[in-house]
Write a protein that binds this ligand. Structure first.
Ligand code: SAM
Length: 253
């Protein structure tokens, strides 16, 4: 098996990540609910509330997958801001995940009004997206899968308008020792088992757990965001559920 890898070459990592998401695409939404007992939905709701976007804002959602962030964003704009001019560009490297997203929005008024579009693309090299052209850049549970996360942060800085905002939702580190021990048991024992039962695919979910462990902690990641040029307010992050996940944000001033 190639999962559980630590030091695989980067081009190999890219193809492994592609395999993982191709094999889970159809079960992706179900698995998210099963593994987090639905909590990922609350994290995503919080993420959009913290964003509190301005009416008319242009969102670029990278690694947008099946569109959970895009959907919540457009709903927020419609229902809270009474806005019908804002738009989303959803980019994902995996055509199967993108197809699942497109299917979800098919026939919606957002598609009819051209408020959402989908492209296959790599967040580390956003060719075709102009510099200084988007108001908000989001990446949710995606940057961890990228070969060189710093490249994504640099691209985010490039494509955002001055005054624009970068927001990332990602698994992070639990610091409280007792909760951390419980979380270890859950992630190393329970998650691969759920993956086996629901998706008949233990390995993809072992990879998932492994990739969470290898991702930088809250402070290190905030430092990477500043290194890309962003300004952060205080520490630049907020923990969700004891740090199981975190929202990081930075402004291009
Ligand atoms: N943002 C969605 C959500 O929160 O439900 C999907 C998250 S899913 C866990 C991760 C997504 O990242 C997958 O759809 C995968 O194809 C995509 N991805 C991985 N590497 C990428 C890259 N370099 N550029 C763009 N998307 C990438």
């Amino acid at each position: 098996t190639h999962f559980g890898f630590k030091n695989v070459p980067t081009d190999l990592k890219e193809s492994l990540v592609a395999d993982v998401f191709s094999s889970v695409a159809s079960k992706y939404d179900l698995m998210n609910d099963a593994m987090s007992a639905g909590i990922h939905r609350l994290w995503k709701d919080t993420f959009i509330r913290r964003m509190s976007p301005m009416p008319g804002a242009k969102l670029l959602d990278v690694a947008g997958g099946t569109g959970d962030i895009a959907l919540r964003y457009l709903n927020y704009q419609d229902k809270i801001n009474y806005d019908s001019t804002s738009s989303v560009h959803l980019v994902d490297i995996n055509p199967q995940m993108l197809a699942a997203g497109e299917k979800r929005f098919a026939g919606s008024r957002w598609v009819q009004d051209e408020r959402i579009k989908f492209s296959v693309g790599n967040g580390e090299n956003l060719v075709g997206i102009e510099s200084n052209s988007v108001d908000i850049f989001t990446i949710a549970f995606g940057i961890r899968n990228c070969t060189t996360p710093q490249n994504v942060l640099n691209e985010a800085y490039r494509v955002l308008k001055p005054g624009g905002r970068f927001m990332c939702l990602e698994f992070s580190k639990v610091e409280q020792p007792v909760i951390s021990a419980l979380y270890d048991v859950f992630s190393f024992k329970v998650i691969p088992e759920i993956g086996q039962v629901i998706a008949n695919d233990r390995e993809s979910y072992q990879y998932l757990v492994e990739s969470i462990r290898q991702f930088p902690d809250q402070r290190t990641f905030a430092e990477m965001i500043r290194k890309a040029g962003f300004t952060t307010v205080r520490e630049g992050y907020e923990n969700l559920t004891f740090g199981v996940a975190a929202i990081h944000t930075g402004f291009k001033v």
